[in-house]
Ligand binder design. Sequence first.
Ligand SMILES: C=C1C[C@]23C[C@@]1(O)CC[C@H]2[C@@]12CCC[C@@](C)(C(=O)O1)[C@H]2[C@@H]3C(=O)O
Ligand SMILES: O=C(O)CCC(=O)C(=O)O
Ligand SMILES: [Fe+2]
Length: 368
Amino acid sequence: MPSRLSDAFRPHPIHDFTSLRELPDSYAWNQRDDGGYPSAAGEAFATESVPVVDLDDPNALQSIGHACRTWGVFQVTNHGIPTSLLDMVECTCRTLFSLPLHQKLKAARSPDGVSGYGFARISSFFSKLMWSEGFTVVGPPDEHFRQLWPHGYSNHCDVIKEYNEEMKKLAGTLMRLMLGSLGIVAKQDIKWAGPKGDFKEASAALQLNHYPACPDPDRAMGLAAHTDSTLLTILFQNNTSGLQVFKEGVGWVTVPPVPGRLVINVGDLMHILSNGSYDSILHRAMVNRTRHRLSLAYLYGPPSSVEISPHPKLVGPNHPPLYRPVTWNEYLHTKAKHFNEALSSVRVCVPLNGLIDVNEHNNSVTVG
Ligand SMILES: C=C1C[C@]23C[C@@]1(O)CC[C@H]2[C@@]12CCC[C@@](C)(C(=O)O1)[C@H]2[C@@H]3C(=O)O
Ligand SMILES: O=C(O)CCC(=O)C(=O)O
Ligand SMILES: [Fe+2]
């Protein structure tokens, strides 16, 4: 195992690809470059759509449980995040990615760091490059933001801090609902949830993604198919579509951006905690010919010292624990090494019903 996350990643060539008029071969993907997931039928004819849950609905807990069991992803409305805050964070994102490349590189992610500007970390697992750039915020963004905007960085810092605070509250609510529908009561059954069951000690990373308009979108890939390593991820997308989720038996389903909705992904650690009841969702981001796209992923997990394992309430003689205990940090290292095989690598037992999780599809990925 690499001692630092960055050791597992191959350096990415820095191109200012936003100015390219044609798609270079290094950015042109074939279907098999993305792990060979079945595609066309589902994309063209998918009649199913990702469930929408109104958090003000008294039946929200049941609806979320159903969505997590059948999809591993859902959208929420009435989530309590003010539209004005979403507008401001989108504006900060747009301003950041509009900076010239040399300026963004002043806040580049360092080889042994997590925060800062850079290209998709998962690039090292693919022979082709992704049509996107990103900025990761872990902890206060001040230092990096000062490098980006020597004058006037503090407004942008305030926006990110407020967004993180609001996201943390929403993530706590979602945890209580997702676990509640498994019969787990946060404040009684999860020690690290704290006496109020508000998951105050949780950790998180904020990932800002930018997908510039692309001269040949059908052959390009914004962000290749992956599951998040998290307990859950809260995704905000601007008004350009691009997010697709993979549903067994259906194929790739687009999650169109709808104002007021946020997308909630089940992550790998939730799959482990739920002892396989909830599958983490395989997803990817496609790009657009004329419109650039922005997304913000709030990646939410346990405090660093906490080991996540199948919850005792979900383990019994007919339900052996499927995974060994793992901290988020350990799992992130495993992910950096094994990518979409990470879950299998911490599995200790094959499910008794013989079902195989979605990540098994990626057995054919060429690790580059
Ligand atoms: C906490 C984290 C989750 C993440 C790796 C990271 O350290 C920060 C970025 C996250 C992200 C976003 C894009 C997809 C992903 C697989 C990646 O390469 O970076 C996730 C990581 C993850 O969930 O494993
Ligand atoms: O841009 C998107 O819609 C997806 C982003 C994503 O999956 C991520 O940041 O983990
Ligand atoms: Fe993701």
